[in-house]
Design a protein around this ligand. Structure first.
Ligand code: CTP
Ligand code: CA
Length: 220
């Protein structure tokens, strides 16, 4: 559904988006999570669909409706997200907005853990696969690979370092020290090899629209 005359710039393109948190199970009733709402990633998927792209949205557990024209794959854990992303490739651009849990428990209890009057359990953690870095290193690496970076300090510096470390084309950095996570507005810096584009705080839908325009420019 075109939203204005010059908006169908991604027709024929496949856009892959990840969004939301992941949940890492501890036992049948408990999990490790984070504050991601999925709003920014869903807004990007919606904007890409409005621009005419075929959009695959790999979504962690969120409470959001599927944007019109978007193929949605729901996942829970980081490892499920990694598998869904792999299965959705190839793509012309991948935008990894998800706040993937960095750690999961090294084992998942089969039964609910009980207090039993004893000491609290110590959770032994193990690192999750880095989905973005493995897509970057894969044979199916999209021509344009975009990561997000949630930082609470030295935002641009940390994001520039992340861009190089993960070997991605762009990192969209946001300062999450305020109430960005779960909120409706975002202020981001688009970190590229040769420049940094800093946008003022605006609704997540507007961030999405500008980012999709920049992506269309880059793919053109
Ligand atoms: N990411 C990912 N898989 C992970 C962790 C992160 O794909 N296991 C992706 C995110 O979707 C995001 C980017 O990597 O696009 C940066 O995530 P971030 O959490 O900022 O980076 P980390 O490498 O996990 O570093 P940090 O220690 O700052 O959390
Ligand atoms: Ca992380």
């Amino acid at each position: 559904v075109p939203d204005d005359g010059r908006s169908q710039r991604l027709v024929g393109r496949h856009v892959l988006v990840t969004a939301g948190p992941t949940h890492e199970p501890i036992d049948p009733v408990r999990y490790i999570a984070n504050r991601s709402s999925g709003k920014q990633g869903f807004a990007i998927a919606a904007a890409a669909a409005r621009a005419g792209a075929r959009v695959t949205l790999v979504a962690g557990p969120v409470n959001l409706p599927t944007p019109r024209g978007v193929d949605r794959i729901d996942v829970e854990s980081a490892r499920e997200m990694a598998a869904a992303v792999k299965g959705a490739l190839p793509a012309d651009v991948a935008i990894m907005v998800a706040a993937v849990a960095d750690w999961r428990t090294s084992t998942v209890a089969e039964e609910k853990m009980k207090k039993r009057g004893s000491a609290p359990p110590a959770l032994l953690l193990t690192e999750n696969p880095d989905i973005l870095a493995s897509v970057a290193a894969s044979a199916q690496r999209p021509p344009l690979l975009v990561g997000f970076a949630a930082e609470t300090q030295d935002v641009i510096l940390h994001a520039q370092e992340k861009r190089l470390r993960k070997q991605v084309d762009w990192i969209v950095a946001n300062d999450v020290s305020g109430d960005v996570m779960g909120g409706d507005a975002n202020a981001v810096h688009i970190i590229r090899a040769d420049d940094v584009v800093s946008l003022p705080e605006m609704p997540k839908e507007d961030v999405a629209r500008i980012l999709v325009e920049r992506i269309a420019d880059a793919l053109a």
